[in-house]
Design a protein around this ligand. Structure first.
Ligand code: PHB
Length: 390
């Protein structure tokens, strides 16, 4: 092969892999924000975008002499699209950081782009334990599902729930929910009589709920991703499971603050575990909820908004610490080990695992001033991802 051809081919290959390390050269610092803005998970994208923008609005968007520019792309919650957009953002826009990732498969699809281009990738939403192991450039500001469901399994057994049916969405975080809930609950002495998985796309809960009813458990344990809980709970009541005396305990995405008020009566008393509630009682959270509502037509922030707000904090502080240089490895190093006060409570990014460590709360849905809230009733402090210990 001619030398000229070889060189052209090598350059093409490098581009194809996103191997260029050239980051934004001018006075801007670019964050590529990949979010599902349309399609079934648009509510997740809307919350994440609003959280990221609020952090910048409150903390100044020029840092260490660089203007921070958010470049938002709608990935329609399709993994191939997220990956292609990430490549395009790295190669053409020369973004310094990739961020967002509303669902687990979108984060996994993009991980190789982060690794090959040495671009830090801040996962602000997706919650499957193993995501941080998919690339050494991933840092997570959201949460992990095992952190949450192990706390819930402990609470349930202590509170007289001994026999459970598990119902989860059939993909990464659902599989993690099922496994970690079940293992912990069984270790405590409980029984999981059935494990059911519903499809991610267009789920019809009815046939699964019929099985739950037939199994007559003390409680249904459920995980569905943010935005889907209303459909689950509506069908739960329509099938009469509440009247049959079956309780619901759930991963906190089910009573997501964005949709909780639409759920109505059926949600009252529902117990969940999670890392964030809009009702979290701290001065910092009160300010956050108020500012968020003011900037977004009265919208209530959910845990997605907080994941993005805190993720922007991690990015901005890394930019400050590296004095605006924007180099991927230096930024990554400055993200590891950050410790700070979030609207969710205190948190840090574990320097070894690059994963989030924070409090997990047991909450109960209550009505306050005519609105439904996840009221925190117990706190488990500084929870690391149990998935990493195995
Ligand atoms: C995920 O895909 O990891 C995910 C999405 C939404 C949630 C929780 C986990 O509410």
């Amino acid at each position: 092969m001619q030398k000229r051809h070889m060189m052209a081919l090598t350059a093409a290959c490098l581009m194809g892999l996103g191997l260029t390390t050239a980051q934004a050269q001018d006075d801007t610092f670019k964050v590529g924000l990949l979010l599902p803005m349309t399609g079934p998970f648009a509510s997740t994208g809307k919350q994440l975008e609003a959280g990221a923008r609020l952090y910048l609005a409150q903390n100044g968007s020029t840092v260490a002499g660089k203007k921070i520019e958010l470049i938002l792309r709608d990935d329609t919650s399709t993994p191939d699209v997220t990956k292609r957009l990430a490549q395009e953002l790295v190669v053409n826009q020369k973004v310094n950081v990739l961020a967002g990732f509303g669902l687990t498969p979108l984060a996994f699809a993009t991980a190789p782009v982060a690794t090959q281009s040495k671009t830090p990738m801040v996962v602000m939403a997706a919650a499957t334990s193993s995501i941080t192991q998919a690339s050494p450039y991933i840092v997570r500001s959201s949460f992990t599902v095992p952190q949450v469901v192990t706390a819930l399994a402990d609470w349930a057994y202590k509170n007289n729930i001994k026999k459970v049916v598990s119902l989860v969405t059939d993909y990464g975080p659902g599989v993690d929910s099922e496994k970690f809930f079940k293992d912990t609950f069984i270790a405590n002495g409980g029984v999981v009589v059935e494990t059911l998985r519903v499809p991610l796309r267009n789920p019809d809960f009815a046939p699964f709920l019929q099985k739950v009813r037939d199994a007559k458990p003390d409680a249904l344990f459920a995980f569905v991703p943010a935005g889907v809980g209303t459909a689950l709970m509506k069908q739960f009541t329509e099938r009469g499971l509440d009247k049959a005396g079956i309780k619901v305990i759930a991963e906190g995405s089910v009573t997501d603050d964005d949709i909780l008020n639409d759920m109505g009566e059926v949600a009252l008393g529902l117990v969940t575990a999670h890392h964030y509630s809009a009702a979290h009682n701290s001065p910092q959270n009160k300010k956050f909820v108020e500012a968020f509502a003011k900037a977004n037509n009265g919208m209530r922030p959910n845990f997605m908004a907080v994941g993005a707000y805190d993720g922007m904090r991690v990015i901005v502080e890394a930019l400050k610490a590296t004095q605006g240089k924007g180099d991927g490895d230096a930024l990554l190093a400055a993200m590891k080990g950050q410790i700070f006060e979030s609207p969710r409570g205190s948190m840090y990014i574990d320097a070894q695992t690059r994963d989030v460590v924070h409090n997990i709360y047991i909450r109960k849905v209550e009505r306050k001033n005519g609105q439904l809230y996840n009221t925190e009733i117990e706190t488990i402090k500084d929870v690391k991802d149990p998935g990493k210990a195995r």
